[in-house]
Each structure stands twice: as structure tokens, then as C-alpha cells.
Design a protein around this ligand. Sequence first.
Ligand SMILES: Nc1ncnc2c1ncn2[C@@H]1O[C@H](COP(=O)(O)OP(=O)(O)OP(=O)(O)O)[C@@H](O)[C@H]1O
Length: 296
Amino acid sequence: MTNHLVLDGVTRRFGSHTALDGVSFTLPTGSICGLLGRNGAGKTTLLSLIAGQDLPSAGTVHINGHSPFEHAPTLAEINLVRDNQRYPDDFTVRNVLTIAPRFLPHWDARFARQLAAGFRVPLDQSVKKFSRGQLSAVAIVLGLASRAPLTLMDEPYLGLDVNARRYFHEALVRDVAEHPRTVILSTHHVEESESLFDRVLIVDSGRILLDADIEEIPDLAFTVSGRDDAIRELTVGMEVLRLQTVPGLASATIRGTADDAFLARADAVGARIQGVSVADLVTALGSDSAAEAVAA
Ligand SMILES: Nc1ncnc2c1ncn2[C@@H]1O[C@H](COP(=O)(O)OP(=O)(O)OP(=O)(O)O)[C@@H](O)[C@H]1O
């Protein structure tokens, strides 16, 4: 599998603020990658750079060996869908779907109509009058039906009801299986969407905290819960990513795997071991308490 997207040392400064700080990763063709992290982490900044809509202050972005910035053949292969997508005044969805293929060379009109029907989007109503969820649905239709080899979706869920979110997930997985392409999906709906991902990038304060295949997640961390004093004693010398306590009880998220000796010690004090989900990792790695917990 070839590397579709390669970022090397990408930094983006806005005045004195560093929104991205030396970001490097590669993404193979055909991934569905979750781009996750707290508010202000740098996700939108990163997607804008990958989409060639902005230039890094330092470092390089390459898509199939080309910088996307002002490189028309590369830009034609990318579609970035934003939560605040704008449409010309008085455009209906029918107008949007008609004009889309002019900008999106891989556009599938039949699929677009099918998706619009699936989301129950009224085709002949002015997009200006749409609800927040309907606007998100139109953006998702544009994202999916574009079949862009590099499809970027920046928090496409705003206002979408649970049925629409499920419909989106099913359509995404089915269509990417039938028409392989690279998708980066930035979202705060981590629990709902993590089953989509084969790759996960977690960003915080402009840095990549985690770049992992989904199969690697179970080996990255685990949680141990039980009596507060027992958990603190058990985890001495371990890298505690997050420590949650209620009076008398504690739950610690620990980096790495629990070896047999640890399992035996945990068992002896009645502590419970569990695997982590992607959502647990996003919370633990972005947690302000991680450093304090390590010190505790
Ligand atoms: N044009 C800009 N000028 C100044 N600062 C900016 C600009 N764009 C982004 N930033 C700052 O860069 C940081 C990263 O912003 P970004 O929008 O990339 O975060 P995000 O991860 O997408 O956040 P959210 O999940 O809240 O959408 C933030 O601190 C933001 O205020």
C-alpha cells in the first residue's frame, strides 16, 4: 500500500500562537482515519493545510508526492467538507448537486441523490432556510458523493440526529469499501464513530499525541479500578495517563499493557482491569490531570 499523504515537521503559527508544532505522519491510501482531540487542538488547522487551503510556517505536506498548495491536479483529488460550508444565496440542494461535478471530478450524481433521499433532505428548498442538521446532511452528501481520493471531513455532525449519524456511518463504510479512498474524519463524537476508523490520530496543543492503527489500541493502555489506596500503591512507577477518584475509589488509565505480575497483584487487592476504547484514550491523553496523576 502506498503512502497517500505524508506530513513532515508541519508547523503553523498564527502570530505568536503555534497552532501546529512539528506534526509528522503518513497515511496509506485507503485509510479511514479519525482525527481526534480537544477543542483548539489544531484539527481544523491541520485539515486546511492538507487541503492546500493554507501554507505551513515550516515543514511539508505531500499528497502523492506533491504539495497541494496551488497545485491544481492535486487539489482536484481533495475535498474538504467543513461544518460551516457556505452556499450561494437562494441555492436549493438540487442546484448544489447540479453544480458540484464542476468542482468535484469524481462526483457520482446517482449516489448523491440516493444520499439526499436517505438524509431526507428536501431538494427544492433554499439551503439558506435549512436547519443546522440539514446543513450538515448536505455537507456530508457533498463529502461522500464527491468520492474524492482524499476526502476530509471536519466535524460533519453538528445538529445531526442519531438516525442521520447512523445512516452516514453506514454509507461511509459501505461506499469506501466499494470505492476505496482515503478519508480523514475530525470529530468529537468519538464513541459513536470509533468503529469506522482503521487509523487514529490524537492531537493536543498542536502536537500528535497518538498515531496508531486501530488494532494497536488494546496494547497502548488499560484501566485499573478499585480501592483508592490499593490503586495508588499498585500504580507506583507506572505511567498514569488519567486518575479519576471518588471518595474511597479510584480508576487509573495506565500506558502500556498489564503483565502477569501486575495482573496477580491487582487480583490480590480486588482491583479490576479493563481495556481502553479510543474515546478513553482521547480523554486520558488530553487530560490536564495526567501530569498531576503521575506525580500523585
Ligand atoms: N486564523 C487564525 N488566527 C489565529 N489563531 C488561530 C487561527 N486559526 C486557528 N487558530 C488557533 O489555533 C488553534 C487551533 O485551532 P483549530 O481550529 O485548528 O482547532 P480544532 O482542533 O479544530 O478545534 P475545535 O475542535 O474546537 O474545532 C486554536 O488555539 C485557535 O484559536
